[in-house]
Design a protein around this ligand. Sequence first.
Ligand code: PLP
Length: 383
Amino acid sequence: MAIDLTKVNIPFNRSSLVGRELEYIFKAMSGGQIAGDQTFTKKCHELLEKTLGVPKALLTTSCTHALEMSALLLDIQAGDEVIVPSFTFVSTVNAFVLRGAKPVFVDVRPDTLNLDEAKLERLITQRTRAIVPVHYAGVACEMDAIISIANAHKIKIVEDNAHGLFGQYKDRNLGTMGCMATQSFHETKNFTCGEGGALLINDAQYIERAEIIREKGTNRSRFFRGQVDKYSWVDVGSSYLMSDVLAAFIFAQLEVWKDVQARRKRIWDYYHENLAGWCNRHSIRRPVIPEHCRQAYHMYYMLLPSLEIRQKLISHLKEKGILSVFHYLPLHLSDMGLKYGGKAGNCPVTEDISDRLLRLPFFNDLSQDVQANVVEAITSFTF
Ligand SMILES: *Cc1c(COP(=O)(O)O)cnc(C)c1O
């Protein structure tokens, strides 16, 4: 039976326990050692390394910090250029701008809303040091083309894989194709401990320095492995380690990753099937998942015909107690983006879709009954 919509309040996102979180947090506390790199952190590293097939995974305090580490590891300097999509979260860019780099914004493809590889090459200059593809909504960028362009110009790739953990591109795991990749365990992501992240390192030459940068510029990790007899200041660095309490939390989620992803697939498929008829009748575009991509089921969005209709639908849903939200505003047109030369018209696809995109409630314990009400509310909207 349909729930009375005037009485429900459906958030856009809500975190929930998916496994043994409380037990593990208790265990971490009982062990008496809850700083970084303790038992649960090591378990997370091993799980990510084994499951994804990456040489090294390091838990961090956030994806933002993992991105900052990648900029330090690549030795990004003032005057360097880094190519980033304009349609992304601010941290993708800020991490490099903090080192003095100039962001060069690339538009996205109209289908997947991922960095448009066809527009990449013309943006490359002598100063280009890195390309940062973001696998939007957990659907892979066209990595073959991006990798071949990057290799031809000797430019590094850092995958911002905040949305894409456990997604695949042509049978390759997302996060394993750049020299490094970053993950987020923020509460809005598929797997969460509130705030957290990880740096995945695929090119082994960066591993040792990554450990040092993450440990305040000291060789403390080598000391703990018995490789040096005292530890000291050897490089620049900061404190990017996650507390083992949070590692216990995120380990409980990661160890049941298949269940979580199966749940999210059901939620995604339900929207996709049940909105198909209405969307088709009103020329509303649903997400496009290319045949060769196995998506990570991070979000469900629709592209409405115009900004005005999207805003009306947001209000319509809000009246029914349902929170739907838009997403990234084009970074090249933000206050900071304008300072780096951003102009209206530079990224026409980004400018267009940013106005029309709407994300629907999507979280691990979203039940089908509640989802049915979201669908009913959407399909009762007229314009
Ligand atoms: C969430 C997100 C981030 C930042 O993640 P934090 O863990 O909150 O720092 C970076 N990039 C993208 C694409 C994101 O969605």
